[in-house]
Write a protein that binds this ligand. Sequence first.
Ligand SMILES: Cc1cc2nc3c(=O)[nH]c(=O)nc-3n(C[C@H](O)[C@H](O)[C@H](O)COP(=O)(O)OP(=O)(O)OC[C@H]3O[C@@H](n4cnc5c(N)ncnc54)[C@H](O)[C@@H]3O)c2cc1C
Length: 497
Amino acid sequence: MDRSKRRFVQALGATAAMASLSVSALAARRTTWDLLIVGAGTAGLPAAIFAAGRGRHVLLVDAAPQIGGTMHLSSGQMSAAGTRLQRSQGIIDTPQEHFDDLMRISRGTIDQTIARLAVGEAAETFDWLMSVGFEPLAGHPVSGLAHEPYSKPRYYWGARGARSILEALGPLVDRGVAAGRIDLLLEHRVVELTTSRRGAVTGVAAQDAGGARRELRARNVLLTAGGYASNAAMFEKLSGIPKFVDHSYAYSQGQGLELGESVGGYVRGAEKYLANFGVILASEAQPAPLLARADFYPERRPPWEIYVNAHGRRFIREDMQSVDAREQSLRLQPLMRHWVVFDQSVAERAPPLIVDWEKEDMLAAFDSGAAYFYKADSIDALAGAAGLPPRELAATIEAYNYGVQTGNDFLGRRHLPVPLAKPPFYAIRHQGVSITSTAGLAVDGELRVIRRDGAPVDNLYAAGEILGSGATQGQAFCGGMMVTPAITFGRLLGQRL
Ligand SMILES: Cc1cc2nc3c(=O)[nH]c(=O)nc-3n(C[C@H](O)[C@H](O)[C@H](O)COP(=O)(O)OP(=O)(O)OC[C@H]3O[C@@H](n4cnc5c(N)ncnc54)[C@H](O)[C@@H]3O)c2cc1C
């Protein structure tokens, strides 16, 4: 393969032209692969790299015109305990402590078998990533602020989010392709699993954009097709709440789950759905793009505003320093949404509320009629504009102002800078959202797809978000517990299959 083509295959550059080259060459090259991987993303790439490194012939099939999957947009925060980097900084940490933190943060709702496997192997994954060129940000690991903090600094990410990981993996995929160990078939959607008469998986059927279908045979099939976070119908069916935000990888359509179910597998964990604390959506479309996020971290910016639910009532002490408590309190509110309410004094005196926006940007959003930004000269009119019950909102503000005056906030809030009394009054509607998939295919401790009776479907494995966030995070957001397990499980299956 010449140099330009090789670069083409490198993570960010692989395109349709390269894929069609592979298509025409495929049949001539091989009729059966040792491992066929459905999805060349976060979990699929390490699986291919490790299997190829052990001399196996791998076929990577992806619906997209590029490899990398969700790594193109993920923040890529990883967590791993017992890494060389930690030791070099004198941080003594163990997988058991990581596991204990997951149990604490998730209140015991993780899948203990899957999560234990993930944390037990995470350090080896992370050390390997660093050995192949991944560089965490200076000063890492950290304990984390984005999610409920761990008890130890074991949280890492690169300068370019998950792209930093992809940039380390790309050349290794390239090497496997050059060595003739990895075949890459892009712009081909796997639409069916083929099986033997006794139900063992024998390969897949894949379809290109023009509908041309080809059958591909393999000794083992690994489903790493990601989640369903971009499939509004499946999201609503499994989460019980509409998909409000469009902020996930477009190819995360849940087809991997359907493929697994088609041969006897089943989906579990839907009840663990949780939303990130609210974001501001760009429009009233459903789903809508994400416009902005408010800074809800009291450690960084003590709140000047109040948060009310659709009943016009406060539901949490706004300066509560637990990310998980904020998320759990929001989970119990109608449609998992809330309004941030304030007055002119706050508008004038508080530090900027919205991340990466100047205060003027926010005030301009009220005047330009941006969706979900409401401003009015009275509380009554504000309630009318924002769709909140006026009497309840007025009572909530009166109660809050009593707390400011006396220091006795009814919810125990301590940061009480100014009463909300000076018109105009403002409200910004925030929507709790999840950009990942909670439910996923059931697997056993060897990551074999299983039936409801626990028996594995022969030759079929799964890794990554297709297992559902609930497996490794439970009903919580545990930092780095999707990217690291995806890479780890891909690595383990690549080594073992
Ligand atoms: C904006 C954002 C930020 C995130 N931040 C973090 C974070 O900081 N830390 C963390 O731990 N997690 C984070 N996550 C979640 C994490 O990034 C993902 O769970 C993980 O990357 C998914 O890996 P995967 O291999 O399962 O799927 P992907 O990486 O999405 O790979 C799946 C691949 O399968 C392909 N595919 C899908 N269907 C088919 C089909 N039928 N046939 C062929 N190919 C198919 C897709 O094109 C894709 O390339 C974030 C997610 C998002 C969206």
